[in-house]
Design a protein around this ligand. Structure first.
Ligand code: RP5
Length: 173
């Protein structure tokens, strides 16, 4: 991208979420989209959360990826404080019962304050959605996303070809 200024904010409730949330960072790097990454805790640093979310659009961010586990209120609270799209990543953390608590806390937002929720621990998908948001107005990112989709197709077709060495498959003959 032409700019080095972060346009995606990746935040998480704790550094213990980083092992999951780094997947969002990795895919944004792959797509050459500048981002920032930090810890913002809804219950341990509530004022920092307010400042981050309320100032995000003004600082040039276009979307926020927020990950948290257990009583995962960070994405919803951030969504209440900004007009930017917020993509929530439910994290199966040490205080999570089995991940459902994180999923439901982020997914079940009341009407009016949505959080675009990805699957449990699916920070990579959060990064892809953020890239797709950017791709609606950036041709270079849109082209990179198209290449990425093509690479997924090739990955599966190569596997299918490999399987056909051992298993009958009339479909591809
Ligand atoms: C949540 O509590 C965090 O997002 C993290 O998933 C979980 C556990 O945090 P730590 O106790 O590891 O800091 O707020």
């Amino acid at each position: 991208m032409a700019t080095n200024q972060p346009i995606i904010g990746i935040i998480m409730g704790s550094d213990s979420d980083l092992k999951i949330m780094q997947d969002a960072a990795a895919i944004l790097k792959e797509f050459n989209i500048p981002f920032e990454l930090t810890i913002v805790s809804a219950h341990r640093t509530p004022m920092r959360m307010v400042e981050y979310a309320a100032g995000a659009a003004g600082r040039g961010l276009k979307a926020i990826i927020a990950g948290a586990g257990g009583a995962a209120h960070l994405p919803g609270m951030v969504a209440s404080l900004t007009t930017l799209p917020v993509i929530g990543v439910p994290v199966k953390s040490s205080n999570s019962i089995d991940g459902w608590d994180s999923v439901l806390s982020i997914l079940q937002m009341p009407n009016g304050v949505p959080v675009a929720t990805v699957a449990l621990n699916a920070a990579k998908n959060a990064g892809i959605i953020a890239a797709q948001i950017i791709g609606t107005s950036d041709e270079q990112v849109a082209a990179t996303l198209k290449q990425y989709k093509t690479s997924l197709e090739k990955y599966v077709l190569d596997k299918a070809k490999h399987l056909s060495n051992e298993w009958e498959n009339k479909f591809d003959t």
